[in-house]
Write a protein that binds this ligand. Structure first.
Ligand code: AMP
Length: 295
């Protein structure tokens, strides 16, 4: 750590602290994520996960792990420094303005490329949200924060339900599905896509049940017809209110017909029918883009 000069604190949370710092040898500006842990408790499992996954994942749209330093019993991840994230970017815009349509398309393509690369390598991110989507000075997306990520085999079952920030959490997790897979990341990317178009989170619940009802109000309360097996999920209740109109289109702004078609397929209730990352990249919404954007 003596080789680094801390410049400023960028963020602080349950995970620890992120600093902007200068590497005194190379003069490179980096971000140092110092993982917090209680005395006697050791380094948290999430930090090991993030470290393992970032060592494995090398992609132009995924944050680059430069080094790992253990200093006075603390784990520090040295990352490439990216000054902006998608949430800060949207918050910095003046009211009643929207992200340029073309930029939304480019950002979505890059977020999906990173997601596709993770899924191809059997890795779930499980916490995709605007705060974790960093944007560099060239407009290149860098997906960050793999603290909740995990590696799964194609047929393995994941049971943990305390994942994914509420607003971006897929309905199968909210309904207590006994297992879930890559489709949970696609739901989150769909929510981010809608939010880029309007600058407002699409489903803004303040509890798990409120989150489900926000989804049902816009996408209709799911039935066995549209999502076979839904009524057997552990947290499904026959007493759920029945919203019967699908109003997704009315929630959106600044998005063309192809974009609406794509978003509808990313927000399909049934996880087995929801688009995959590959399906998204191949959708006509991105025609003429793939040759100009890094995958
Ligand atoms: P994280 O726990 O990785 O989501 O980091 C928390 C916050 O720190 C993010 O929302 C960013 O604002 C900031 N941050 C994380 N990684 C970097 C980075 N490589 N460069 C600049 N800021 C970062």
């Amino acid at each position: 750590m003596q080789n680094f000069r801390k410049l400023k604190k960028i963020a602080e949370g349950a995970f620890g602290i992120v600093y902007k710092a200068e590497d005194l040898l190379t003069k490179q500006i980096v971000a140092i994520k110092k993982i917090k842990h209680e005395k006697n408790e050791g380094i948290p499992a999430t930090a090991f996960r993030e470290m393992d996954l970032l060592q494995e994942l090398k992609h132009p749209n995924i944050i680059c792990l430069i080094d790992i330093l253990i200093y006075k019993g603390t784990l520090n991840l040295v990352l490439e420094y990216i000054p902006m994230d998608l949430k800060k970017y949207m918050d910095s815009m003046t009211p009643d303005t929207y992200i340029d349509k073309e930029l939304v398309r480019r950002y979505l393509y890059q977020i999906t490329s990173a997601t596709h690369y993770c899924h191809r390598n059997h890795i779930l991110h499980r916490d995709l949200k605007p705060q974790n989507i960093l944007i560099d000075q060239n407009g290149t997306i860098k997906v960050a924060d793999f603290g909740l990520g995990r590696s799964i085999s194609p047929r393995s079952r994941v049971y943990t339900h305390e994942v994914v920030t509420l607003w971006y959490r897929a309905p199968e997790i909210l309904l207590g599905s006994p297992y879930y897979a890559f489709s949970v990341d696609i739901w989150s990317v769909g929510c981010i896509f809608a939010e880029m178009s309007t600058r407002k989170p699409l489903f803004r619940g303040d509890s798990e049940i409120d989150q489900l009802f926000h989804i049902f109000r816009i996408l209709k309360t799911p039935t066995e017809d549209i999502w076979p097996g839904v009524t057997s999920l552990p947290d499904y209740k026959a007493t759920f209110p029945c919203w019967s109109s699908y109003t997704l289109r009315e929630q959106l702004k600044n998005i063309n017909e192809l974009g609406i078609d794509l978003l509808q397929k990313m927000l399909i209730y049934d996880p087995f029918h929801r688009f995959t990352a590959r399906d998204i990249l191949n959708h006509p919404y991105f025609d003429d883009l793939s040759s100009t954007t890094s995958e």
